[in-house]
Design a protein around this ligand. Structure first.
Ligand code: KIV
Ligand code: NA
Length: 268
């Protein structure tokens, strides 16, 4: 199976298109398991919290994204791999963003980057796209701006804020983004954005009317210890891992492990 391309993803727009399926992946084995079922894998900077135990995505570095991005590309052959641009690697100027993004794509083999921000980032999105780097936008609740926003609450509750977020989505879409993540906005605003832009809107805490959905894999698997309202838990991996580790500990302490099947007999 050939890897999905940016133009193929971009075409998946509108109520008649099959919704795009996207999950985060940070490691090779998770990428291998998710790849057959997903259209896109996102190497999200959420790995800061999920993998490294950092308090937010703000401390995440380009080097961290490169290592995990390369692993996810090695573990997939079908899904389009998108790598997050970490905080501080792109905001200062289009030139800085191009330098960071091109380095990330060279290091990882991924096809596209994602960057947070709306109108303020539109020129940067255009600069990259015109120079050969596909960009996915990300508007609404933008976690890298947590220190400005003051938290992770849903966005777009006031009319002014809603208008600003719709404007942000339009700006990055018009600048050439091939898709836009719409995160943590009240449902009618997610619908308005989906209708207002000509590329796919990928929802997270948004709306089933979006052109696709993305979740942090560890959240939907019930593995991470913090789950926002917008997460549906499709499993309880944390519970299952605890039970397995408890069983292992019991077997070690009772000398039931290793058993006859797990030991090497001497050669004769
Ligand atoms: O970093 C991430 O996982 C993300 C998604 C939640 C959209 O940006
Ligand atoms: Na992110």
């Amino acid at each position: 199976m050939k890897r999905l391309t940016v133009p193929a993803i971009r075409k998946r727009k509108g109520a008649d298109s099959e919704p795009l399926v996207m999950l985060t992946a940070y490691t090779v084995r998770m990428a291998q398991l998710m790849d057959p079922h997903c259209d896109m894998l996102l190497v999200g900077d959420s790995l800061g919290q999920v993998i490294y135990g950092l308090p937010s995505t703000v401390p995440v570095t380009l080097e961290m994204m490169a290592g995990h991005g390369a692993a996810v590309v090695r573990g997939s052959y079908h899904a389009l791999v998108v790598v997050d641009m970490p905080f501080g690697s792109y905001e200062a100027s289009p030139e800085k963003a191009f330098e960071s993004a091109s380095w990330l794509l060279k290091q990882t083999g991924a096809a596209a980057v994602k960057m947070e921000g709306g109108e303020a980032m539109a020129d940067t999105v255009r600069f990259l796209v015109e120079r050969g780097i596909p960009v996915m936008g990300h508007v609404g609740l933008t976690p890298q701006a947590v220190n400005v926003l003051g938290g992770y609450g849903a966005r777009g509750r006031s009319e002014a804020e809603a208008e600003k977020i719709v404007g942000d989505a339009k700006a990055v879409a018009q600048a050439g983004a091939f898709a836009v993540v719409v995160e943590g906005v009240v449902e009618p605003i997610a619908v308005a954005i989906t209708d207002a832009i000509s590329c796919p809107a990928i929802g997270i805490g948004a709306s089933a009317r979006c052109d696709g959905q993305v979740l942090v894999a560890e959240d939907m698997l019930g593995l991470f210890d913090r789950t926002p309202r917008f997460v549906k838990k499709f499993d309880d991996l944390a519970g299952r891992i605890s039970a397995a580790v408890q069983a292992y500990a019991g077997d070690v302490r009772s000398r039931a492990f290793p058993g006859a099947d797990q030991i090497y007999a001497p050669k004769n």
